[in-house]
Design a protein around this ligand. Structure first.
Ligand SMILES: *[C@@H]1O[C@H](CO)[C@@H](O)[C@H](O)[C@H]1NC(C)=O
Ligand SMILES: *[C@@H]1O[C@H](CO)[C@@H](O)[C@H](O)[C@H]1NC(C)=O
Ligand SMILES: *[C@@H]1O[C@H](CO)[C@@H](O)[C@H](O)[C@H]1NC(C)=O
Length: 304
């Protein structure tokens, strides 16, 4: 190779090595991932589609990924009722870990059950760099009742019927019904602790997995949004980690009076004391909010 050829090759090589670094060192917006709720899908133009556009309008150039479980939108909706959660979280962990767009870190917003699923992901999937985790109406202590189904979703009616028959029965829990995996019966706490295949595990009810705690503590912020006029989540306090006191279904205790906080099994106390645990509430029924509310309370403070 002649010297001039060599120089050109070196320059080209340098350009190849240096340019990507220059690009990535610019302040690129932090990517956002979304996890939808029960009966919804990744790409519903009336729900996740609106949220995705809203984030894109407010943060030019941002990469937004809406989780899809399955090979199609129809499968995605079905899987929101019927696919084992531990498996879903494993799948999403692999998908995110292999997505170069998420390599440098991202923010995560979960809607309804997507809130506790994303928390499970943060706790279990150690390689991910999640900055802010936002749960909009998630049920972090589970539910004891599924009072309402989205209109026209027969699969949901079927799930409700099975749940009332027994959420921890093997045939429901082994594990076909997603909602059974965060069913929390305060009248049978011991059964819940032993048999809940998802929620009792991520809430450290059986044993304490220090990885879960370490991963959650790494968050910059953990934001819990609760709806003041809930008719879907029972008890509504679960959206802020509150739940029925054991052995009855009337009196609810706040997170700060619960074992999970007092013993700090999950790191929530550490997050709270370092002002990284945020409790937001707004008037409205389950997951009802305006674009303005979302921009002012979620996008501007936590996604920009
Ligand atoms: C704790 O959680 C991590 C992450 O999911 C997992 O790899 C590990 O096996 C768990 N440890 C125990 C003792 O279950
Ligand atoms: C929603 O709940 C709040 C707080 O409890 C209450 O002040 C408000 O009147 C309720 N709004 C409706 C429409 O019921
Ligand atoms: C929230 O649940 C409690 C009982 O757990 C109930 O007394 C209260 O009315 C509920 N609030 C709303 C806004 O649904």
């Amino acid at each position: 190779m002649r010297p001039s050829g060599l120089i050109i090759s070196v320059v080209l090589l340098l350009a190849l090595v240096v340019t990507p670094r220059l690009i990535s060192s610019q302040e690129a917006p932090v990517p956002v991932v979304l996890w939808h709720g029960m009966g919804d899908s990744c790409c519903n133009p009336l729900s996740m589609g609106v949220i995705k556009s809203l984030i894109e309008e407010n943060i030019p150039g941002v990469y937004v990924l809406s989780v899809r479980i399955g090979d199609s939108v129809v499968e995605d909706v079905e899987n929101s009722f019927l696919m084992n959660l531990n498996k879903q979280i494993d799948m999403v962990c692999k998908q995110f870990s292999n997505d170069p767009n998420l390599e440098m870190g991202f923010n995560a917003v979960g809607f309804s059950q997507g809130g506790q699923f994303l928390r499970g992901l943060v706790q279990r999937c150690s390689g991910l760099k999640v900055q802010n985790l936002i749960s909009i109406g998630g049920q972090h202590q589970g539910v004891f009742g599924l009072p309402k189904c989205p209109v026209g979703l027969h699969i949901c009616e079927y799930v409700r019927e099975l749940l009332t028959k027994g959420a921890y029965e093997e045939y429901v829990c082994a594990c076909v019904i997603v909602q059974a995996e965060y069913w929390h019966d305060p009248l049978q706490e011991d059964v819940y602790r032993r048999k809940s295949v998802f929620l009792a595990d991520i809430n450290q009810e059986r044993s304490v997995n220090t990885t879960y705690r370490e991963n959650l503590i790494k968050l910059k912020n953990f934001v819990l949004v609760k709806f003041n006029n809930e008719t879907v989540v029972v008890p509504n306090e679960s959206e802020w980690f509150g739940y029925y006191r054991e052995g009855q279904e009337k009196e609810v205790i706040d997170l700060k009076d619960s074992d999970i906080y007092i013993k700090d099994k999950l790191g929530l106390k550490v997050l709270d004391e370092s002002k990284r645990l945020h409790f937001l509430s707004l008037d409205g029924d389950h997951i009802m909010f305006t674009r303005k509310w979302f921009v002012e309370n979620i996008i501007n403070p936590y996604l920009k």
